[in-house]
Ligand binder design. Sequence first.
Ligand code: PHE
Ligand code: ZN
Length: 877
Amino acid sequence: MKTDTPVTIRRGDYAPPAYLVDEVALEFRLDPAATLVRARLALRRNPAAAPDAPLRLDGEGLQLVEARLDGAVLPPDRCRIGEDGALTLLDPPAAGVLETLVRIAPESNTALSGLYTSGGNYYTQCEAEGFRRITFFPDRPDVMSRYEVTITADRTLCPVLLSNGNPAGSGLGDGNTHWARWVDPHPKPSYLFALVAGDLVNVADRFTTRSGREVALNIWVRRGDEDRCGHAMDSLKRSMAWDEQVFGLEYDLDVFNIAAVSDFNMGAMENKGLNVFNTKYVLASPESATDGDWQGIETVVAHEYFHNWTGNRVTCRDWFQLSLKEGLTVFRDQEFSADMGSRAVKRIRDVRGLRAAQFPEDAGPMAHPVRPDSYIEIDNFYTPTVYQKGAEVVRLIHTRIGPAAFRRGMDLYIARNDNQAVTIEDFVAAMQEASGIDLSAFMGWYDQAGTPELAAEDRYDPEARRYTLTLRQSTPPTPGQPAKRPLPIPVAMGLLGPDGAALPTRLAGENAAQSGTRTLLLEAAEQSFTFEDVPAPPVPSLLRSFSAPVRLQGVPREQLRFLAVHDSDPFVRWESGQQYAASVMLEMVAAAQRGEAPGFDPALAEAVANTLAAAEADPAFAAEALSLPGEGFLADQMAVADPVAIHRVRQGLRAEIGRRCGPALRAAYGSLAETGPYRIDGRSIGRRALRNACLGYLVAAGDAALAKAQFDAATNMTDSLAALSLLADAATPAREEALAAFHARWRGDALVLDKWFSIQAMADRPDAIEAMRQLYAHPDFDLRNPNRARALIGAFAAGNPAHFHAESGEGYRFLADAVIALDPINGSIAARLIGPLGQWRRQAPSRGALMRRELQRVLDTPNLSKGTFEKASKALL
Ligand code: PHE
Ligand code: ZN
C-alpha cells in the first residue's frame, strides 16, 4: 500500500503571509492527558498580501473545543479543519480577535515536538513547526507577535511555571492550582515560543550588562543535578561578556532562563529568554563528563545565547534562510571558543568535524546548498551543510572584507533588520555596504551545493626571480545541479624558502613589500598569480587556517613533509601531516586490497617521534598531530570505499607505530600523568588528550594491561572513558570486567550510560552485530529517548564502519529495523539515523545492493513519516 506522496516546498514559491498577528495571549491549563490551550490572536490582513487571501491557521493533532471571533462563537460552517489539521476561517474579516480553545495530550507526544512531558515535567519544542501542535497559528517565522502567556497547573506537581520574556505576576487558582504570567516585550516568531513547568530546582546567578542592566540568570534542572551546573553557568556569563566586547551586543530582558531536559531531539534551543537544553549540554562534573563534554557545553551555551541577536532579534523570513541564523551563530560560537582557548586547535577540530560530516553530505544523495531550493520535511535540513558549511561561508566573507569591516557590517545588519524576518541577501548586503567590496559572487556559496576541488601548479624562473602560481577550481555535480560555476575562493598563503623561512610575496604590479600570510582571491576556474623578487624556488603554503571549505588536492608528498615541519601556520602544519599520512594509508589500503602486505613508511614513526619531542610547548596541538586521519576521512577520498580494509590498515598502522615508538610513547605517557587536583583549563585538557593518544598506540601494540590500569585508577571521566574504549576492542577478560564495573557504577546516570552504550556500539569485535542486538534488547536501552537511541544506533552506523558495512549486510539490516521501529515514535530522529544507508553509491556494488534493499524496505513501510520518506526516497534516486 502506498500513502500519498508528501508535497515538496520550494524556495521560489515564497509568498508573504495573508494575515499578521500583532498580539497573542495564551492560557495553558496543564494536564498530562488533557491540557487546555486558549489562544487570543489579534489578527489583521497583511497589506503586502493579496486582498482575498484566505485566513488559514496551521494546526496538527489539535482537538478544537471552541472558536470565537470578536467574542461571538463561530458556527462550524465558518471554520473548517482540513485533512492536514489546519483551520480555515471562511469569510474572514480584515481584522479581528480570534479566540480558540484546544485540547492536547502532552504525555502521548513521543515526537518531542510541541508540548510534551519528560519525567513528569512539561517542556515545549517549537522549532521548526512545533507551535502548530500547541495551538492554531500562522506557524511561519515571518509572522512576529508579542506574547503574553498565563500558565495554570497543580501547585504540588508543578511548582515552577516558566515561559518567555519577563515575569508578570503569579497567584493561587482554584483547587490546588497556581498560575504565573509571562510577558515578552519583543515581537517574535512562533518557533521561539517556550513553556517549561514542573518540579524543578534552579541554580541562580546574576549578570550586569555593560550599560548597567541587571539580569537574573537561572539554570533549571531536576533535583539532585544542581551541583553539575557550574560550568554551564560560567560559560553563559563569559558568552554574555564576549558578545558585548566583540560585537557590542547586550542582553535585552530582565531574566535569562535555561531549562535542561533529558528527552530532547537536538542539542539545545534558543527560545527567547527561555533556552531549553538537552541535559548533555548542561550537566557536567569531572567524574561524569569528559573534556569533550566540557567543551561541548561551553560551545552550545554560547551558541544558544548568541542566537538572541542572530536569530531572535533578527530572524529568518522562511526556513530556506535557516543558515542566516545558524551559519552566522556557529561562526560566532567558533570565534568565542577560539578566544577562550587555543585558536589553532579549535580551527583544527572544526575542520575535522566539517570533513567528517559535511564533505560526505555534499558528496551524497542529500547534497544541498547552504540555502536549499526545496524540502519535504524541514527537520531534515538542520544539517552540517546549513550549520558548518554555513559558518564557513560567513568566515569567507570575514576573510574577504577583514575583521573591522565585518564588525561594521554586523552593526549595520542588526540596526537595519532588528525585529524583522529577513533573508540571506540582507546579511550579505550589509557586509557589502559596510566594506565597499562587491560580494555578489559570494552568493554562489549559498546557492551551489558540492565541495570545490582546488589544485595548484607552479613555476619558478631563477633568472627573473619570478614565481608563478596557477590555481584551478572545479566542483563535482550534485543532485539537481549538474553544472557548476566557479566560486570566489580566498586562498590565504605564504611562500617558504629552502630553510623554511618566509619569502616575500609581492605580486607583479604591486609596489609595497609583502611578507607573511596574504590572501589571494581565486575568482575564475583558473587563475595565475605572479610573484616578483623571489630569491629561491619556494614551497607554497596554501589555504592557511583553512581559508575556504574546499579540497586542496595533489600537493606532492615531499612538500607535505616539509610544510608539516616548517610552516608558520599551525593549521597547515597539522594539515600537511594529516594529508601525508592519508596518502600513505590509502596506498596501504590499495596494497591490502591486492592481497599484498601493506608495508610501512618510517617517516610516519619519525613524525610521531618529532611530535612527542616538541609536545611540551602545546600538548593539545601535539595530540591533534598524533591522531591518524579517521576512517571516514580516508573512505571519503576513495572512489569506492572499503571500510573493512581501511579499518584493518589503520589498526595495523597504529600497532606498528606503537611498537616502533614504544619507549618514547611510554616516556611521554608517564611524564604526562596528572599530579595534583583535576583541572579543566586548556593546558590540562591538552595534556590528557596527548596522554590518551599515547595510550592508544601502546594498547594497539598489545599493552591492554596499561588501559586496564588507567581505567582502574582513573578519577575523571576523560581518562576512564579513553581507557574503556580501548579495552572494548581488546580480547581480554579485563574487557568484560571493566564494562561491568562501569555499568555498575554509572547505571543511575543517563548521560554516562549513553557513553557505555556508545563505546560498545563502536567496538571492533567479531560478534559485533550480535552484541548490537543484545544491547538493543538491554533493559537500559530506550528507543524513545533520543540520546539513548543515538548512543547505540547512531554510534554504530556512523562510528563503526567496519561492522556496519559487514559483508553479510546484517549491519544494514540492524539499522533499517531500528529506523522502522522508531519512525512511528519519533520520525525526526528516525530520519536522522537512516543517513548512513544513503551512502551506498560510495560502496562496492555488492554492498550497495544490500544497502538499497534496506532503504527500499524502509520506504515500503506503511505510514512512514514525511522526514524518513524524504531521506529514504532521495537516497534511492
Ligand atoms: N535552533 C537550534 C540551534 O541551532 C537547533 C534546534 C532545531 C533545536 C530544531 C530543536 C529543534 O541552536
Ligand atoms: Zn543554532
